[in-house]
Ligand binder design. Structure first.
Ligand SMILES: [Cu+2]
Length: 117
C-alpha cells in the first residue's frame, strides 16, 4: 500500500511540474504528455469496457465501493474506490464482502459497472 501511494505522489508531482511551466522551451512532441494522455483516455474510454475483479467493501443506493486489483486497460494499480451502479439487477448482485468479477465503462468522471459475475 505504501509503495502504491509513493508512486502516485511521484506521478502527481511530475505532472504538476509539467503544468507549472516546467516544459517551457521544450519540444512538446518529446514530452510524455500525461495530461493529454488522460484526455485521450477519456475520449477513447467512451464505450470501452474494462474488466476487473475485487471485493465489495461497501454498498450504497446506487454506488458500490470495491477493493479491486490492477486494471491494465485503465493503467490502474490495485485500489479501493467507488463505482456507480445504474442497473438495479446488477446492484442486487453486490453484497458486502463478496468477491466479484466485473466490467465497467468510464462516463465522465464516473466509473459505471456494466456487468457482474
Ligand atoms: Cu480504481
Amino acid at each position: 500500500m505504501k509503495r502504491v501511494f509513493l508512486i502516485c505522489v511521484a506521478l502527481v508531482a511530475g505532472s504538476a511540474f509539467a503544468q507549472s511551466g516546467g516544459m517551457k522551451g521544450m519540444d512538446m512532441k518529446d514530452m510524455p504528455m500525461k495530461g493529454m494522455d488522460m484526455k485521450m483516455d477519456k475520449k477513447d474510454a467512451k464505450g470501452t469496457v474494462h474488466k476487473a475483479s475485487g471485493v465489495v467493501t461497501k454498498v450504497d443506493k446506487d454506488k458500490v465501493t470495491i477493493k479491486h486489483g490492477p486494471v491494465p486497460s485503465m493503467k490502474w494499480p490495485a485500489m479501493t474506490m467507488a463505482f456507480v451502479v445504474k442497473d438495479k439487477a446488477l446492484m442486487d448482485k453486490m453484497k458486502k464482502e463478496q468477491k466479484v468479477d466485473f466490467e465497467f465503462v468510464q462516463e465522465g468522471s464516473d466509473h459505471v459497472v456494466t456487468a457482474v459475475k
